[in-house]
Write a protein of this length. Structure first.
Lengths: 178, 413
């Protein structure tokens, strides 16, 4: 049996400084990996530790983080034999939003990476066909980035300050846009 | 950052037609299947390069009904996200609803009473039956057998009547609350469930007799669109389509939620993963779902109420909201999302109609999710569809699409 502790131990032994445990996770074992090692880590997990299935992959935009950690990609991979899941997070800097593709390891990453590119503008190096998928090809922005407000900026009824809270900075507060 | 616009699919195919014509004189043609086509049951566009009736190459375009659910979810409190989940796999929306509540409850660390869990199991299995029922009967329609569809569709109506009795809505149910259901199930709802359980199994066997050993149907389905285990795993297949290929992965068993471990049921698996196997797996899964519902009704605890005791998250009864100041305040706070939410990330999944339906919820402690990502099984496995239809006949492509049960709403989210 591959326990959570063993898994983390193995990964720390192999990647040392480049990996650390993700404290935000409330359920699954989770690690944060340097983006240069991300592909290698997933390959190692797939080939050596039996993580045969890429459950999901998604982009993140941490608008509040330092410019070196503005963007992220989160992978959920799953070892079906031992029934262990692992969450892998990697941070990407704002000036070079790129990470190696996983589509050579898991074919299912192909469309999911296209989707992530479509919404966050994350460049997956080595992807065979990186173009928009759900949005129209002519679109120029990356709509899931936090700087794009969803609602009418004139709306005031959902302003957090009316609820005795500091305005949220992650979802750009309505009042700043006016 | 922006990519140059890639060449249009049609233009690429025109080039290929010219090349092939000069090479060996073959006359290829382009066929635009979709975006709206009566046989695709949803908005799917596939541009096909055809050699007579054979498909040489195919390319699918998705996103015609993309509604930006992930972006909307970043601006909505938890209670306003259920209607979004309804509209993903609209053939079995209660499973999506329950999957979403389970995710929220996992984040908030709420213990759910046994009775509520069993009620949820009943609802989810009814939804699974509705989902598989549509998929299999439409598969019959696409292969020319209309009778089974017409006959069995009455029972989907009965299932929707049960949903209506429970939640007030039929298709997009928006069912449940954090911690349970909005109200206890009425006697009428129970009566409908019992009536359904008494009548449906026979009808299902009758439907089975109409289709399963029908020679025309078998000839149309056997060895059409086979799927190997390797490809299925590579392309992220889950659910009935994966089980038809021969892998017994089912979230209900691998990571039981809602007390699925209390019930005895089998996971049907196929062998070759072709259209017929996919049909057979769904056919059998309906019987297993009936088994689960029967057990859940029999084991249903008398005590336990219909929701967990979590006044911070569960809306107060309407009666109190109108007559009691405290309840009104709570009602307002909960609806506006002013509830204590811990900071953190959870991933929770349920076995949806088409496979592992996952929710990756990142909360920064505010009233809305920081990020909510839906793992939509259809979106992930639909990318293999073009590979499956290459080299086959056009009429088989329609059957494969039906048997994969690709739901446009879930594909595009």
């Amino acid at each position: 049996m591959l326990t959570k502790e063993e898994l983390i131990e193995k990964l720390t032994a192999r990647y040392g400084e480049s990996i650390r445990v993700d404290e935000d996770s409330l359920d699954l074992p989770a690690v944060i990996i340097d983006r240069a090692k991300a592909h290698d880590l997933v390959k190692y997990l797939r080939d050596e530790l039996g993580f045969n299935f890429l459950t999901t992959l998604c982009g993140m935009h941490y608008a509040d983080n330092a410019p070196e950690q503005q963007f992220g990609v989160v992978y959920h991979i799953h070892n079906w034999i031992e029934n262990v899941r692992l969450r892998i997070k990697t941070f990407l800097p704002a000036d070079n939003v790129a990470v190696d593709t996983m589509s050579d390891l898991y074919a299912s990453a192909n469309w999911q990476e296209r989707e992530t590119y479509d919404f966050y503008g994350i460049d997956f190096k080595g992807h065979p066909d990186l173009r928009r998928i759900l949005n129209m090809d002519e679109m120029e922005s990356f709509p899931m980035r936090k700087e794009f407000p969803m609602e009418d900026p004139g709306r005031t009824d959902k302003d957090d300050r009316y609820f005795g809270r500091v305005p949220q900075t992650n979802n750009v507060p309505n009042n700043e846009l006016r | 950052m922006s990519q140059p616009l890639t060449k249009k699919i049609e233009d690429r195919y025109y080039d290929e037609i010219r090349v092939r014509e000069n090479e060996d004189g073959s006359e290829l043609s382009i066929l635009n299947l979709g975006p709206t086509h009566p046989a695709t049951h949803g908005i799917f566009q596939n541009v096909l390069l055809m050699d007579g009736e054979r498909i040489v190459d195919a390319e699918s375009t998705v996103g015609y009904i993309h509604r930006a659910f992930e972006k909307i979810a970043e601006n909505r409190p938890f209670y306003q996200i259920t209607p979004l989940t309804d509209r993903m796999n609209y053939c079995s929306s209660p499973i999506n609803n329950m999957g979403w509540w389970l995710t929220v409850e996992k984040l908030l660390n709420i213990e759910i009473p046994k009775r509520v869990q069993y009620m949820r199991v009943i609802v989810m299995e009814l939804a699974r039956i509705a989902d598989h029922l549509i998929c299999n009967s439409i598969l019959g329609v696409d292969s020319g057998a209309f009778t089974g569809f017409l006959h069995i569709f009455t029972y989907r109506e009965h299932i929707y009547e049960i949903f209506e009795e429970i939640s007030g809505a039929r298709l997009t149910t928006n069912m449940g609350r954090i911690g349970g259901f909005e109200r206890d199930w009425s006697d009428a709802a129970w009566a409908k469930i019992h009536k359904f359980m008494a009548e449906f199994p026979d009808a299902w066997e009758e439907f089975d007799r109409l289709l399963t050993r029908n020679t025309i149907f078998m000839n149309r389905c056997l060895n059409v669109g086979p799927l190997s285990v390797e490809k299925a795993l590579q392309y992220g297949f889950t659910g009935p389509n994966l089980r038809a290929a021969g892998v017994d992965y089912d979230v209900r068993v691998a990571q039981p939620y809602c007390s699925y471990e209390d019930f005895e049921f089998n996971i049907p698996v196929g062998k070759t993963g072709d259209t017929y196997d996919r049909y057979m797996v769904r056919q059998q899964e309906v019987r297993e779902s009936l088994k689960i519902i029967r057990q859940a009704i029999a084991k249903m605890p008398k005590e336990g109420g219909y929701h967990a005791d979590v006044p911070d998250y569960y809306l107060p009864p309407k009666q109190d909201v109108y007559n009691n100041m405290e309840a009104l305040i709570y009602h307002f706070k909960i609806v506006m999302g002013e509830i204590p939410v811990p900071k953190g990330e959870v991933y929770s999944c349920v076995e949806g109609g088409n496979g592992e339906l996952g929710f990756y919820l990142v909360s920064d402690g505010s009233r809305v999710p920081f990020r909510l990502h839906f793992r939509r099984p259809c979106f992930i496995y639909y990318q293999y569809y073009t590979e499956m239809i290459k080299g086959g006949y056009l009429s088989d492509a329609i059957l494969i699409l039906s048997s994969l049960n690709v739901i446009a709403g879930e594909l595009d989210a």
